[in-house]
Design a protein around this ligand. Structure first.
Ligand SMILES: [Zn+2]
Ligand SMILES: [Zn+2]
Length: 347
């Protein structure tokens, strides 16, 4: 077998995906060849599927999309030193240069010239992919392949939760997409005092948040989240807000749900700009605002390994659908409906 099946974003339109045969690539210097076991659909893939303004400005077509995967190493290229044939691996999807100021200071997540697989370069929605050894994470051999594949968004959630002090504190999570749901699970695992989960109106995801351990579940289309949170915190507000929706309204509500001196952690993005009254809402209330992107390399990955090993982290309810790789259109329809957690495509 010298060819493989791939999912290619071929046309600049909603959908626009084709199922294509391509040559299996050869690993170059410092690269490994991975035979995929499972791959998951990310919100980023959905942006590209729906061909939104971000995708139009970023993705050059045709492009094999996808960046969340787990698979087995079947070949190593010259110069590969640590990863071996047979290792069960996941790739960090942000390929860093290793040489810029931030990379050399141990802050690879803010590499000055990072590239994302599945949008800047060809991604992982294919049977085989090459990946740099230095951007590879070796999984425990018995880790569930679907679990291995969702470490990218789980890592986003862990990076977000660890950006502020959430242990034994009251935390509100705004935005209940997959990363928001994962953040609820992580907060539960590390012992947040009380978790307020705020979604818009999708009952499926509000119910999931409760199943994952949120004590308070708020549908903001029907209930004012600021009022609710103030009512349930003695009028003081929560210690930490994690904002994962990017919605300007949710950013405002998050800001107004915080206690004096609290922490606002932002990872959600939007095509709309948010307006903040800095003097009134931030300076005089001595708030801390943190921007979070990607996963810390490699702090987040070690924390994730530790959390998974602890037995306290229950993310299984978030893997709601497992489909055969060829059924990807069904996967994207599910993602667009919002009636799902993580959708995994299996090989
Ligand atoms: Zn992702
Ligand atoms: Zn760099």
């Amino acid at each position: 077998m010298s060819t493989m099946k791939c999912i290619v974003k071929a046309r600049p339109e909603v959908g626009g995906l084709v199922f294509e045969e391509r040559e299996i690539p050869k690993p170059g210097f410092g690269e490994i060849l991975i035979k995929n076991r499972a791959t998951a659909i990310c919100g980023t893939d959905l942006h590209i599927y729906n061909w939104d303004p971000w995708s139009q400005g970023r993705v050059k077509l045709p492009c094999i999309i996808g960046h969340e995967f787990g698979g087995d190493v079947v070949e190593v290229g010259p110069g590969v030193k640590h990863v071996k044939v047979g290792d069960f691996v996941t790739g960090e999807g942000h390929i860093t240069c290793g040489f810029c100021r931030n990379c050399r200071m141990g802050d690879g997540h803010v590499c000055e010239s990072w590239k994302g697989i599945g949008y800047d370069t060809d991604g992982c929605f294919r049977e085989y992919l090459v990946h740099p050894e230095m951007n590879t994470w070796i999984n425990d051999a018995d880790l569930d392949p679907a679990m291995a594949a969702i470490q990218d968004p789980l890592g986003n959630a862990i990076h977000t939760v660890f950006a502020a002090d959430c242990v034994a504190n009251r935390v509100a999570v705004f935005g209940l997409g997959p990363v928001g749901m994962l953040a609820v699970a992580v907060l539960k695992a590390i012992g947040a005092a009380e978790i307020f989960a705020v979604g818009r109106r999708n009952q499926y995801r509000l119910d999931k948040a409760r199943e994952l351990g949120a004590q308070h579940v708020i549908g903001s289309a029907a209930t004012d989240p600021v009022e609710y949170i103030m009512d349930h915190t003695g009028g003081k507000g929560v210690d930490v807000v994690l904002e994962l929706s990017g919605n300007p309204r949710a950013v405002q509500d998050g800001l107004h749900s915080l206690r004096m001196g609290g922490d606002l952690v932002l990872i959600g993005t939007s095509n709309e700009k948010s307006t903040i009254d800095l003097a009134k809402d931030v300076v005089f209330r001595a708030l801390h605002i943190h921007g979070v992107t990607g996963r810390k390399l490699w702090h987040t990955w070690y924390k994730m390994k530790g959390l998974l090993a602890s037995g306290n982290l229950n993310v299984e309810p978030i893997i709601t659908h497992k489909l055969p790789f060829a059924d990807y259109e069904k996967g994207f329809e599910l993602m667009n409906s919002g009636n799902c957690g993580k959708v995994v495509l299996e090989f």
